[in-house]
Design a protein around this ligand. Structure first.
Ligand code: PEP
Length: 344
């Protein structure tokens, strides 16, 4: 079973990120401002060329390779508020049947509802980790230690990170856009939730992403960096050192979730590479390399391979298509497409 195991890191390989030409210019400026000792952005490569080390191929079309993550591919299935006892049993059976077909080079987790979580934990093959869809934190709590360790008690209807830890649930999904938009979760609350879950040893998948309006008015990166900042601010130095293995970022543009409208590979790659640059500049280069950045938004068995080819896409967070066990297994196997495309 996948717990909070660190991803495989390859210290010997070059770090490369893909980005658009305009992004490249700002990446160069950033490189200069970070000083010559900064190795995060090492080299630019022209479209369609092979890298000088490791035989990397650049991503297709308009993007150029500059840096990339080093973590294991990771795919999660967000079951949302779906399932009956019968349908969950059937899904678990289908997933278990698919285990021999799922590539070993990929981490996989499933997020059932809280009600179904104990059953799934008990019956789903240990090839899949279980992941809760949320955990509670008291929004008003001020805690200079950033642990917010007061989340059991009079909070009717909520589930705490302590309970997930007690049940040995290794992962929790935080800040999903449905919780942000429908339930009013702010960046600050999400940051506190991440800190508290990390304090209790949970690995977290933090969802970030812009609305259609934000994309159209050109504020995508303002929104995303603000969401990231709220998380980085709450994770103390001790936690920063393990961020790469324990905090997965899921970039999920809201306009692509459940709409059937997938972001283009170029759009996703541009955002992921900027997220990685932001981590390098605001957390650390090691964290930037090791952090897995998933894409989520109408991923399915047919479109996953094209997305997986891009160097900064380290996996997927899948909603609708994860309710079909066969499709979900196929999406997990996009890991091999990814490794092949980036030359590892
Ligand atoms: C999600 O809810 O995290 C998601 C990505 O949903 P879908 O795949 O259905 O767009």
């Amino acid at each position: 079973m996948l717990t909070a195991a660190p991803p495989t890191t390859r210290t010997s390989s070059p770090t490369t990120t893909t980005t658009t030409t305009t992004t490249m210019m700002s990446a160069r400026r950033r490189t200069m401002s970070m000083g010559s000792s900064c190795a995060f952005v090492r080299a630019t490569k022209s479209r369609g060329t092979r890298g000088s080390a490791g035989g990397r191929r650049s991503a297709p079309s308009t993007v150029r390779v500059v840096s990339e993550g080093t973590g294991r591919f990771i795919v999660g299935g967000n079951w949302k508020c779906n399932g009956t006892r019968a349908s969950v049993k059937e899904l678990v059976q289908t997933l278990n049947k698919n285990v021999p077909q799922i590539e070993k080079n990929c981490d996989v987790f499933c997020c059932p509802t809280f009600l179904h979580l104990p059953y799934v934990k008990e019956n789903l093959d240990s090839r899949f980790s279980v992941c809760a869809q949320n955990s509670w934190v008291e929004a008003d709590l001020v805690d200079p230690e950033h642990h917010y360790d007061s989340t059991t008690g009079a909070f009717t209807g909520e589930i705490s990170a302590e309970m997930l830890e007690d049940l040995e649930v290794p992962f929790v999904l935080l800040g999903h856009s449905e919780r942000r938009t429908l339930l009013g979760e702010t960046d600050e609350i999400v940051g506190k939730k991440v800190a508290h879950a990390r304090y209790h040893g949970l690995s977290v998948v933090v969802c970030i992403g812009e609305s259609l309006e934000e994309r159209e008015n050109g504020t995508t990166f303002d929104v995303i960096f603000k969401q990231l900042k709220a998380v980085a601010k709450e994770i103390d130095d001790r936690e920063h050192s393990s961020w790469g293995s324990s905090v997965v970022i899921a970039y999920e543009p809201i306009w692509a979730i459940g709409t059937g409208k997938v972001a283009t590979p170029e759009q996703v790659q541009e955002v992921h590479s900027k997220i990685r640059n932001w981590l390098a500049e605001n957390v650390s280069e090691d964290v930037a390399k090791a952090t897995r950045i998933q894409y989520g938004g109408s991923v399915n068995a047919s479109n996953c391979a094209d997305l997986a080819k891009l160097s900064d896409i380290d996996g997927f967070l899948v909603g609708g298509a994860s309710l079909n066990g066969d499709d979900f297994a196929a999406i997990c196997n996009a890991s091999s497409v990814h490794y092949k495309a980036v030359g590892r």
